[in-house]
Design a protein around this ligand. Structure first.
Ligand code: PEP
Ligand code: MG
Length: 310
């Protein structure tokens, strides 16, 4: 099955009834980008991983150089650069943070930059430079309110007129953001659902704590209901992607397509398998399965449903 999937990796992922689903790659290094067979671009560049070994903050020029290499690996297909997503389980040596009692509920992602805007500005400048040459999407992580989104966009807009090749979006990984997607996503080009954190915050189960790993299950119907809410309430024309790990599981990926998600982003080795699965299902059938999944009472029941139909 893997061999068959690899042989067709470069073919588009289209359901049997014609729905095209771009399958992008999650990358944390230039090598990840070069290794991503069959990807339609990158749906998530984790910049805090890309520069995670730096003792000092990379300059705008240094960041732009690495972004260019990633864009080159995808041969002009779009890349989605996520602004620094630090805090929680991801410290950065050049941005020391005060100890917090609950780091996952503390200064994470975009929140960190409210008092360090210059670091965000430098990064956004690098994004803008590369967007003049190749299609780039930029997204802000860990946003909760429309005010935070407006603040991030204000920092971006203050750098000058938006390059034609630049699209702007947010990650949806906080339940409050999912529930208010109608106002948070107003005026954006896209949103990308981070199921890893969305699951953690929906189930109140630390994604790094193995003792509660069974609770932190992305197939929990509560998580699926939030994804369904996002797809239904996102402003017209705003593209919905999923870049959390749920999109790397072929069965779950088919379910996400059925929920109406437009685009997926998976870890490199899973891309051919996810694409192969999408080519085997009809959108109609996926929609039916997704509707059924939303009525289940546990992640185990959803998994059983997916197993029975795949
Ligand atoms: C997520 O939360 O699902 C996500 C894609 O971001 P990260 O795993 O880097 O927090
Ligand atoms: Mg996240």
């Amino acid at each position: 099955e893997r061999e068959q999937a690899l042989a067709t990796a470069d073919h588009p992922a289209v359901t049997t009834d014609g729905r095209v689903v771009p399958v992008m790659a999650n990358v944390g290094s230039v090598q990840d980008a070069r290794d991503a067979r069959g990807a339609d671009g990158s749906g998530l560049v984790r910049t805090e991983v890309l520069f995670g070994d730096r003792r000092t903050a990379p300059t705008t020029a240094e960041q732009a150089e690495v972004f260019r290499k990633i864009a080159a690996a995808f041969e002009g297909k779009p890349i989605t650069i996520r602004t620094w997503d630090i805090g929680g389980d991801k410290p950065l040596p050049f941005l020391p943070q005060a100890a917090e009692a609950n780091p996952f509920l503390g200064e994470r992602g975009l929140r960190v930059f409210r008092h360090r805007p210059e670091l965000l500005r430098d990064q956004l400048q690098a994004v803008r430079e590369v967007a003049l040459e190749t299609p780039v999407q930029v997204m802000f992580p860990m946003v909760t309110t429309a005010e935070e989104v407006a603040w991030g966009i204000e920092i971006l807009d203050a750098l000058g007129p938006q390059p034609a090749g630049l699209k702007v979006g947010i990650m949806v990984e906080v339940p409050a953001a999912a529930l208010r997607i109608d106002s948070l996503a107003l005026g954006l080009d896209f949103v990308s659902i981070g199921t890893n954190d969305l699951t953690q915050y929906t189930t109140a189960a630390d994604r790094t704590n193995t003792a509660v790993a069974a609770l932190a299950d992305g197939l929990d119907p509560a998580v699926l209901l939030l994804i369904d809410h996002v797809v239904r309430h996102v402003p017209t024309g705003v593209h919905v992607a999923v870049c959390g790990d749920l999109a790397s599981d072929p069965s779950a990926a088919a379910l996400l397509v059925g929920l109406g998600v437009h685009e997926l982003s998976a870890v490199g080795p899973q891309i051919p398998l996810v694409k192969a699965r999408i080519r085997r299902i009809s959108f109609e059938y996926a929609r039916h399965t997704a509707a059924e999944a939303l009525t289940q009472s546990s992640a185990a029941d959803v998994r059983y449903l997916l197993g029975a139909v795949s």
